[in-house]
Design a protein around this ligand. Structure first.
Ligand code: ADP
Ligand code: MG
Length: 332
């Protein structure tokens, strides 16, 4: 007998590990009723975001169910991190072509790992039949008005990023079976694949940034593309110094031109990109002692657009790249 919708929910998703992965206190009613109940703290604001993952668009056809589950949740939580929010709860809208128990077992295991790593509880969802689609809505909270938005970067602020760039671009190249450098060792390979399949949303860094950073977002489309979003929202120009882009040891196996292309243009890194008022510059050394790998990669100046300095002065970037749905030839 194939499992029905309710068997699937009960067996794979209504589990203590998923329902209690987050901190206690906010979820007053989880999975099982017509809707969940969350109790707000009057001092705080809810932060809410939704992401959908579609096979072939957001992840390659060759995947492990545990990996896409992890990735779906991490990517959604990254939007909470970008706002400086603490993750609380999430819902899962899952559309499946068939009920494959082994697939679901692995999917639920990856989801559970991601829920634990990001301390976020599953409180509900929807299970339907159709082409594979994973929809995740996340709920978090920020303290009062300490939130990181995209729009308040000021000329003079430092432009910072929360860790190495380009790793997910290299990871995707590995997934796609592209030729790899002969020197690439197994450990570096595993690291890059992990960075692509299992990005860890930078929630702890986001909490540090709330009330400190003047603006910020998470890098999902690529550094230049997302810097473009930040520059536009804040109505400023961002100058990026290419020599300061943080590069992992694993990425160093590729030639400089390839590294540069991925660090500037590849998506999926989910590092926080933010602007820091010079008055808060001392935070940089505090974060370093706390283990955050924050790099200053440029500065905010009056003007507009994204500018790249390769050592011979900043030049405006005309094509920031980045993926846009619907923006193919037939739609132009
Ligand atoms: P309804 O038909 O009233 O919309 P459902 O039958 O879809 O409710 O869901 C029953 C319960 O199971 C609800 O609490 C819902 O949130 C939860 N649920 C459904 N699918 C999932 C899922 N994939 N993960 C977690 N909870 C789910
Ligand atoms: Mg109902």
């Amino acid at each position: 007998m194939p499992l029905g919708e309710f068997d699937v929910i009960r067996r794979f998703f209504r589990t203590p590990a998923l329902e209690a992965a987050g901190d206690e206190g906010r979820v007053t009613l989880g999975i099982g009723d017509d809707a969940a109940l969350l109790s707000p703290d009057p001092e705080k604001q809810w932060v809410i975001s939704t992401d959908s993952l579609i096979q072939g668009v957001h992840f390659p056809d060759q995947y492990l169910p545990a990996d896409i589950a992890y990735r779906a949740l991490a990517v959604a939580v990254s939007d909470l991190a970008a706002m400086g929010a603490r993750p609380i709860a999430f819902t899962l809208a899952l559309t499946l072509p068939t009920v494959d128990e082994d697939w679901l077992e692995e999917f639920a295991a990856g989801l559970t790992e991601a829920a634990r790593d990001h301390r976020i509880s599953l409180i509900g969802g929807d299970t339907t039949r159709g082409p594979l689609n994973i929809g995740v809505s996340v709920f978090g909270e920020v303290n009062g008005f300490k939130v990181v938005r995209r729009r308040d970067a000021q000329p003079g602020d430092l432009l910072c990023v929360g860790g190495s760039l380009g790793d997910a671009g290299a990871g995707l190249a590995l997934v796609q079976g592209q030729a790899v450098p002969a020197t690439l060792d197994e450990q570096s390979q595993a690291y890059l694949l992990q960075r692509f399949w299992r990005p860890l949303a930078q929630c702890e860094l986001g909490l540090e940034l709330a009330g400190v950073a003047s603006a910020g977002l998470d890098i999902s489309d690529g550094l230049l593309a997302d810097a473009g979003h930040l520059a536009r929202a804040s109505q400023v120009a961002l100058h990026i110094n290419s020599a300061q882009l943080p590069c992992s040891a694993a990425l160093m196996h590729w030639p400089a031109a390839q590294r540069r292309e991925w660090m500037l243009g590849a998506g999926d890194d989910y590092r926080l990109l933010f602007t820091l008022p010079v008055a808060s510059e001392r935070c940089l050394s505090v974060w370093a002692t706390q283990g955050f790998e924050v790099s200053v990669i440029g500065e905010v100046v009056a003007g507009e657009g994204v500018w790249l300095d390769d050592g011979d002065g900043p030049k405006v970037v005309t094509d920031v790249g980045g993926y846009q749905h619907f923006k193919d030839a037939s739609n132009d």
